[in-house]
Design a protein around this ligand. Sequence first.
Ligand code: ADE
Ligand code: ZN
Length: 342
Amino acid sequence: MTDMRRFIEDMPKAELHVHVEGTLEPELKFDLARRNGIELPYASVEEMRAAYDFDDLPSFLKMYYEGMGVLVTEQDFYDLATAYLTKAHSQGVIYAEMFFDPQAHTSRGIAYDTVIRGIRRAQEDAQGRLGIRTQLIMCFLRDMSAESAMATLEQSLPYRDWIVGVGLDSDEKGNPPVKFKEVFARARAEGYRLTMHCDVDQENSTLHLWQTLDDIGVDRIDHGVNSLEDEALCDEIVRRGLALTVCPISNKCITGSLKALEVRRMLEKGMRATVNSDDPAYFLGYIYENLVATQEEADLSRDQVVRLAANAFEASWLPAEEQRALLSRLEGYAASEARASP
Ligand code: ADE
Ligand code: ZN
């Protein structure tokens, strides 16, 4: 292992863009299917993986929604989140904000309560067992109606204390941020933090990015790589201090490029880029593999790798004191490594 890989492996990390349903590994999918008496259209894990041949957002989303059909009981959601948190902890993640997609479950007849209770119990147990701190972000599916998103927002209110913010995901084509302007205004009024996917190389991408700023007033941007095509947009993102949650291996699967050089350009412009895994069970890379791939392709320095990690802690939706405590663990690590091998 290279010195840089070991440095990245041991570095305390925060992950801000991971869909818990996108962490469903084939092995667990088979176990849950068996437990729930569901027949899968694959004879083996290998066959299932071979079917993961998506090359754009819609073809990925089709597999992603099909895959979550095995999630039925509270215990299933517990097992799903526990598997991710155990894996993330093994890669040095000390803080994670996880997305979940309630409409992808309620539309299949699974109760909102079943989904969130299972995830919540996994969060509490993982904090006790592993010391990993987590928060939950509820995403609306943008290819469903604004009315459905509003109804989901209302469903979330009894669990308000378990959810730190709301996001927007699924198929971006024809589903701009402004479609959800009222939903996000209401979410803001309820005290939720706001983020939205601006997926990479989608139709009208810079227009959608401007809408997240001008019409929604987001606190963060998910992906957002295409902002680099518009100088004024970059300037405004810097001026507002907004972080971008870039997902390089996801980018590679969906667009053919990691966009690692774009991550580097963002850092050079003072944009608060972070590196994340998105849907690691489908894109075959957790946060460590994403950081390594980005560092190696863009030839990032150790300071730039630390900057990516620091950006994630600084952009986290944690109370200021907790944020500082976690950030100081990263700073302590970077300082001790600099003393050991300057
Ligand atoms: N849902 C899960 N992963 C997603 C992604 N990368 N883009 C949009 N919606 C998603
Ligand atoms: Zn995503």
